[in-house]
Design a protein around this ligand. Structure first.
Ligand code: TMP
Length: 218
């Protein structure tokens, strides 16, 4: 199923950004506000959101999981995604629900394609398989310089996961990947300045979202 196939009023939104860009805060706030407008909206995270995909997530993010080959990493992300798409996203869209997801295949393009430097065409093919052909209708990409994200990372008191432990250079390549996507798919992939305050970013996301929501309903 693709955007063209799922019911008109169903909507699939994703959030993207490098580690510590503020994405988790924004998606949580957006979802709280969204529920006042769309009480049955569904929030998911990739990788994760169901028993199997959460197990795969634990392997992927485990800092002790050393020696994971980049291709294995890519395929595990795709496997977790395929399960979530089939088990949760497609049934919800068919019921005309609104689905928001914390990350989706753009993360794979940015992290495994640009970050790990895997062949981009092969990553795209894997993405099509992992997402079962489903594309986000709209993606909110929170853009932040890796140096600023690094400062935020330094203030974090929790143990960093396997991907978060990658260095600044890796985060630069990932950000560059996101900026390439933003250049290629400007209509879908909306770039939001992550340097602004939490409230300003929240307001911008809502201003971008609301007209689209109402246009789908009319
Ligand atoms: P999260 O902490 O934002 O939920 O994301 C988990 C980590 O996994 C984050 O560092 C980004 C990374 N990731 C990939 O490398 N490839 C992917 O396809 C996805 C979805 C996430």
């Amino acid at each position: 199923m693709t955007l063209q196939d799922h019911p008109e009023s169903a909507l699939f939104l994703t959030f993207e950004g490098i580690d510590f860009c503020g994405k988790s805060t924004q998606i949580a706030r957006f979802y709280q506000r969204l529920l006042t407008l769309v009480p049955d909206a569904l929030m998911l995270r990739d990788p994760g959101s169901n028993t199997l995909s959460e197990k795969i997530r634990r392997i992927l993010l485990d800092p002790k999981q050393t020696g994971l080959h980049a291709w294995t990493e890519l395929l595990l992300y795709e496997a977790a995604r395929a399960q979530m798409v089939q088990e949760q996203i497609l049934p919800a869209l068919q019921q005309k629900q609104l689905v928001i997801c914390d990350r989706f295949y753009d993360s794979t393009t940015a992290y495994q394609g640009y970050g790990r430097r895997l062949d981009l065409q092969k990553v795209e093919t894997a993405n099509r398989l992992g997402s079962c052909g489903l594309k986000p209708d709209l993606t909110f990409y929170i853009d932040l310089e890796p140096e600023i994200a690094l400062l935020r990372k330094g203030k974090s008191h929790r143990v960093l996961d396997r991907l978060e432990q990658e260095g600044l250079e890796f985060q630069h390549r990932v950000r560059n990947g996101y900026l390439q996507i933003a250049g290629q798919e400007a209509d879908r992939f909306l770039l939001i300045d992550g340097n602004r305050s939490i409230e300003e970013i929240q307001a911008t996301i809502w201003q971008l979202f609301e007209p689209i929501w109402w246009s789908r309903r009319s």
